[in-house]
Ligand binder design. Structure first.
Ligand code: GRF
Length: 195
């Protein structure tokens, strides 16, 4: 299976996915890393791992979401991906874009969905007094952060946690969860697997 990964920044989840695919015995291979920001540090990390990269600067298409997505789609379609992974991708995609990858598009969200869709998930979990937090890998549908859940990683919320310390613990959970779920998804499994 050919996997393309969309990023917007550091790309730490992308690195774990690529490294796992390069480990051998994996049903998928990375064919492209594309970013919504041409300055994303993840682009250099992908190139260092030997993965082709592309970027469409969302700032160059301010307000014209369709034009931004057309620019992103060009290298993406050239790569002929079977699976599209959003990994720290910070733009909202239109239903027209999502429909092109229906049933073969994954995202990782830093909360235990359905709790805390959207942004600032760690501050919201702390404010709510939650004792657990985590990350969710789900299939992307046109409802934001609401597609079928493929797996979750649970971590503790500690009494002295700040959004930053919790974010670091959740990110570690993401790094364990996403490679596992992509291996299963690429081998045809749709069964949920939690950590
Ligand atoms: C992190 O906040 C992570 O929780 C979320 O996207 C952000 C950046 O991740 N998934 P990455 O390091 O770019 O993968």
């Amino acid at each position: 299976k050919r996997v393309a990964i969309l990023i917007s920044g550091g790309g730490s989840n992308m690195v774990r996915l690529v490294e796992d695919m390069q480990r051998g015995g994996h049903p998928a291979t990375p064919v492209l890393v594309a970013s919504s920001d041409p300055a994303a540090a993840g682009l250099a990390r992908a190139a260092a791992l030997g993965v082709p990269t592309a970027a469409a600067d969302h700032r160059a298409y301010r307000g014209d979401r369709a034009a931004f997505e057309a620019a992103l789609l060009e290298p993406l379609l050239d790569a002929r991906p079977d699976i599209l992974c959003l990994a720290g991708f910070m733009r909202i995609l239109t239903p027209a874009f999502i429909d092109r990858f229906a049933g073969r598009m994954l995202n990782i969200h830093p909360s235990l969905l359905p709790k805390y869709p959207g942004l600032h998930t760690h501050a919201r979990a702390i404010a709510a007094g939650d004792t657990q937090a985590g990350a969710t890998v789900h299939e992307v549908t046109t409802d934001l952060d609401a597609g079928p859940i493929l797996g979750q990683a649970r971590v503790a919320v500690l009494p002295d946690d700040t959004p930053e310390t919790l974010a670091a613990r959740v990110l570690d959970g993401e790094h364990r969860l996403y490679p596992l779920i992509l291996r299963r998804f690429a081998s045809g499994s749709r069964e949920r697997c939690d950590l």
